[in-house]
Design a protein around this ligand. Structure first.
Ligand code: NAD
Ligand code: UFG
Length: 334
């Protein structure tokens, strides 16, 4: 099968490309590098030992997108491209709505024009909002607290409406929990520009000596150790979840929202301790006020992914931290 991967140079996209190539799929990758670097493409090729087509274009560029579909016979699209920083989305809502929603609309229009109606979309556990009980189940109502989250809620709605309007569409809305870790080769991983917003890249940079200490946002939540609890999932497991979703949409029309998580909750301090074991160094921490918009606990109900896709995550927190540190160590020369 020939798969178009939008945002394929990014963190999750690059790991998914490696797994797709390993499975024998033909790949067409597109990215505008607004949050990634061209060198990642060479790393993907060197890990997979195979080449693929690449287009440097923006999702919102109708001509650029059309050229891809005209020149390549695309069977399905895995759509990662989007902006993802929650705080930045509050500062720049128009940029987020334009890129995420505008870009997806453009992609759907071009897909429709070329008769390609199979899509796996990167949604997020953020669509469960602030009020649902854990574990989060796919049938819960969706909501959001910031423009990034609203862009995901809106795109889920657009793709659902599209699928209802034309039953030839086949769409998988994958709700990721917290992807961390890196490819075991250490050649690709998460490399945010500037000061990281997310826990794992921050901890890795403290371990590598690039940042002084971790601020633990709140130690008075109603959780076993008072710190926030999340469902961390190894990015390679997440990538494999996309292959399972792809198999599913080849045989089933309609739209399905599916959680990709482990179903297990891990606290901020559990992560710090696991990372200390992985890197053999202490991670200096200080308690800081709660971060606005954070919930206490977030983890997935994983039954639907098991039943529909026959997929479940296999890698544990120690593996996630070991692989994350292996990448950070090589990348930052620590
Ligand atoms: P990332 O920023 O590493 O990758 C996204 C890629 O898309 C980047 O390479 C970027 O350059 C590209 N891109 C962005 N806008 C584009 C555009 N208009 N045209 C072409 N390319 C464009 O992010 P990621 O962590 O790999 O996330 C991938 C997807 O998964 C995103 O849609 C994100 O919202 C979603 N997601 C991520 C997380 C997470 O914690 N990483 C959690 C839930 C959902
Ligand atoms: N945290 C800290 N210190 C930091 C960073 C984070 O204590 O410097 C804590 C947070 O308070 C939270 C936990 O670590 O308790 C995880 O925070 P992240 O920022 O790593 O992840 P979030 O769960 O807040 O959000 C992530 C993505 C969102 C996505 C969501 C889906 O950033 O885009 O997962 O569950 F929507």
């Amino acid at each position: 099968m020939k798969i178009l991967v939008t945002g394929g140079a990014g963190f999750i996209g690059s790991h998914t490309c490696v797994e797709l190539l390993g499975k024998g799929h033909d790949l067409v990758v597109m990215d505008n590098f607004c949050n990634s670097k061209p060198e990642v493409l060479d790393s993907i090729k060197s890990i997979a030992g195979r080449d693929f087509a690449f287009y440097k274009t923006d999702l919102r560029d109708f001509r650029g997108l059309s050229a891809i579909f005209r020149e390549q016979k695309i069977d399905a699209v895995i759509h990662f491209a989007g902006l993802k920083a929650v705080g930045e989305s509050v500062q720049k809502p128009l940029a987020y709505y334009d890129n995420n929603i505008g870009g997806t609309l453009m992609l759907c229009q071009v897909m429709e024009e070329f008769g390609c109606r199979r899509m796996v979309f990167s949604s997020s556990a953020t669509v469960y909002g602030m009020d649902n009980p854990v574990p989060f189940r796919e049938e819960y109502p969706t909501s959001a607290t910031n423009p990034y989250g609203y862009s995901k809620v809106a795109i889920e709605r657009i793709l659902s409406d599209l699928s209802v309007s034309d039953p030839r569409w086949s769409v998988s809305l994958l709700r990721y929990f917290n992807p961390i870790g890196a490819h075991p080769s250490g050649l690709i991983g998460e490399d945010p520009s500037g000061i990281p917003n997310n826990l794992l890249p921050y901890v890795a940079q403290v371990a590598a000596g690039r940042l002084k200490e971790l601020s633990v946002y709140g130690d008075d939540y109603d959780t076993p150790d008072g710190t926030g609890v999340r469902d961390y999932i190894h990015v390679v497991d997440l990538a494999l979840g996309h292959l399972a979703a792809l198999d599913y949409i080849m045989d089933h029309n309609g739209v399905q929202a599916v959680n990709l998580g482990t179903g297990k909750g891990t606290s901020v301090l559990d992560i710090v301790h696991a990372f200390e074991r992985a890197c053999g160094r202490p991670i200096p921490c200080r308690t800081a006020p709660r971060r606005p918009g954070d919930i206490a606990v977030c983890y997935a109900d994983t039954q639907k992914a098991r039943e529909l896709f026959g997929w479940e995550a296999a890698r544990d927190i120690d593996q996630m931290c070991a692989d994350g540190w292996n990448f950070a160590r090589r990348h930052y020369g620590a």
